[in-house]
Write a protein that binds this ligand. Sequence first.
Ligand code: DGL
Length: 257
Amino acid sequence: MKDPKAPIGVFDSGVGGLTVLSALRQALPREDFLYFGDTARVPYGGKPLPMVRRFAWEIAGFLLREGVKAIVVACNTASSAALPELAEDLSVPVFGVLEPVAEEARAYGKVGLIGTQATVGSRAYERYVRLAWARACPLFVPLVEEGLWDDPVALLVARHYLEEAPKDLEALILGCTHYPFLKGAIGKVLPGVRLLDSGEATARRVAEALRREGLLNPEGQGRVVHYVTGDPESYQDLAGRLGVRVEALRRVNLEEL
Ligand code: DGL
């Protein structure tokens, strides 16, 4: 029997999933969360899909042992690699980030996608939406993890990847949860293109499903415990620069997974 008072587990390779976490906290202010950033193994995007799938299973298993009532795979790469199998096999509801934002994108005529090499290469988005253009942007995740989202180098890199986009693109799916932090640079290169990120759409899905299944927390405090596999201090510092105050933080050894 799932306990409505249990926290929701959210995971990503690093800080990218914090964009999804913040939308979840807005939509579900009374829920408690465990946020897992696999910072020792970031980035996932250049790694083979079977390896990312294994990481996703390890982290989901860990979160289940910590007692979560639902899991949000706040990573496009891991969602592309491990869903729907993860959702079919686990005993708690599992949510990915692809389908909700793809559904939103279907309202537009000419839709583009940017994401990691693994996500774009997997063609997982094409299950849900017709794409007019897709491009892997492997330098974007390291830029964010290095804290360079506002640096002139971000604009240079955005130009490098995005200047070849079709001029009549209507919407662009930010198919990686790190990319919303680069919206400034991306928007400068593609003015007039609607940038769609997965945070809000995913949060709406999760809220609806928990309500439907009677799993909303009647007395949660909105607490978040962060778990990282890499260096806790640099994570805390980076999260702080991204506007996320980390009040509870635990380092997890990869051997524990
Ligand atoms: N933020 C993740 C994603 O959405 C992971 C990116 C990475 O680690 O390469 O794809």
